[in-house]
Design a binder for this molecule. Structure first.
Ligand code: 13P
Length: 252
């Protein structure tokens, strides 16, 4: 059985007070109605991380960052290292989100360094991949995802895949209200699993959690999560509303 995960990606939303309050509400909700089938993760801005980790400490929910530096330490003004993220009590870090790739020009080789450092620091990595609209329209979506995974992830040793979760997020579906159809999602997740099989073998392919992200909401979550190769979701906008986020977790 593969682990199911629903991770909220808050992106750059909520000030510290609002974020702490919201994490408390999510935590209280799942204390009363524990999520039996899915692990719940809250990926917050850096400044929220220590406070949120503290709130979640004795519960079942984990905290995660949305990025970390591609260097271990030193004179990199404004950066936050994987070790620093780990020291807050966070367990996860998102690496390679399309917004980082697009707006901050993060390359596959930088993402490879970030992933290696995050794993070495003892974090679990949610590694994102996904094509833009033009690539999908040109029929290049599988080629793009293959390159992102090959150059960003596949140079790492097979054992480290136990601490990696892949998130397929078609960029054209992020924040647009356009969700991938169940067929598009299943096809890509199945393809990713076939790449894992080729590179790391059957066991890794069968056990690795692959999340879907992109306009996932209560109304489409159950259908997406019931697909054979979809093991949960990485949720943006809908993770900022308690009702929507908890409904998505319950859809698992
Ligand atoms: P939306 O759910 O807002 O489309 O964002 C998805 C995403 O980017 C999660 O990382």
């Amino acid at each position: 059985m593969r682990k199911k995960i629903v991770a909220g990606n808050w992106k750059m939303n909520m000030n510290l007070e609002e974020g702490i309050k919201f994490a408390g509400s999510v935590n209280n909700y799942f204390k009363e109605k524990p999520s039996e089938k899915a692990e719940v993760v809250l990926c917050t801005p850096f400044i929220h991380l220590a406070g949120v980790s503290e709130i979640l400490r004795n519960g079942k929910i984990s905290a995660g960052a949305q990025n970390c530096a591609s260097e271990a330490s030193g004179a990199y003004t404004g950066e936050v290292s994987a070790m620093m993220v780990k020291s807050t009590g966070a367990e996860y870090v998102i690496i390679g989100h399309s917004e980082r790739r697009t707006y901050y020009h993060e390359t596959d080789s930088e993402l490879n360094k970030k992933t290696a450092l995050a794993l070495a620091a003892g974090l679990k990595v949610i590694f994102c991949c996904g094509e833009v609209k033009e690539e999908r329209e040109a029929g290049k979506h599988t080629e793009v995802v293959k390159r992102q995974l090959t150059d960003g992830l596949f140079s790492l040793p097979a054992e480290s895949m136990a601490n990696v979760v892949i998130a397929y997020e078609p960029v054209w579906a992020i924040g647009t209200g356009l969700t991938a159809t169940p067929q598009q999602a299943q096809e890509m997740h199945h393809y990713i699993r076939s790449l894992l099989n080729e590179k790391f073998g059957e066991d890794c392919a069968a056990t690795m959690t692959i999340l879907y992200g992109g306009s996932c909401k209560p109304s489409n979550a159950a259908e997406l999560f019931s697909l054979p190769d979809v093991d949960g979701g990485l949720i943006g906008g809908a993770s900022l509303k308690l009702e929507d986020f908890t409904a998505i977790v319950e859809a698992v």
